[in-house]
Design a protein around this ligand. Sequence first.
Ligand code: FES
Length: 299
Amino acid sequence: MAFELAAADSSELPAFTAGSHIDLYLPGGMTRQYSLRNDPIERHRYCIGVLREAAGRGGSAYMHDRLKVGVTLETSQPRNAFELEEQAPFSVLLAGGIGITPILSMAHRLSALGRDFAFHYCARGMSRMAFRDEMLASAFTGKVHFHLDDGPAEQKLDLPALLSRRRPGAHLYACGPAGFLDAVIAAASNAWPPEAVHREYFANAGRILASKDRSFLVTLSSDGRSFEVAPGRSIVDVLGENGVEIQVSCEQGICGTCVTRVISGVPDHRDLVLTDKQHADRMTPCCSRALTDELVLDL
Ligand code: FES
């Protein structure tokens, strides 16, 4: 379902960049992240798309079944953990399923900038393809290729063929289910350097805190206090109990809200938002743990 959010007093909304998301604060204390899919030039609305998740935690069911036109909802400011390299001479945009939303915003932006790009949108079937009419009516319709899992073989996306070469300076963006993103990353691994591959997951199945995890100490660099993080607990939980609040949103390593600098120790990174380079000195304490007995954090 598509939703359009506007300020209650019709004022301009805070600006956003392509690839941004907002947190929506829903009744019952639910916070959900949704990517903005419209052209960042628009300041009068935030457009989001919400897929009904049959096995979801209630956010999408609320949005589909109970949210009515005219209801007031609170949102966060837009944040971007999936930024577009606007100067790149060529971009490849890949969307799987509802992963179309941030990619669509990127297509609007690249089109407005007059940049060259190719846009591939994969879905299980025609009924699962969102915003197709909008894409067909857009200024970039000639750059869009649709691929259906249940369609003829010749229209299916051949990722290894598409990503076996990279035009000089090109960047690649992908958003979709984990299996789709894993396939994109594998297909791009030979020809594309990591810094040119950008991806956004919308769930992190690997972040589950397992009881076989071991305890470690987390130390605050500001005052030297240390706390033990036992198996099954997160750094954010333990610090929160001790009066050290870290802002969180997704709590599963996909949004980047909680990113904290690591002074010493080796994190056991379980996020899907930071790059390998960023992992050198940063971590997501909402879900990541430690490989060493102690982590000293810049807190
Ligand atoms: S709260 Fe989203 S990455 Fe930690």
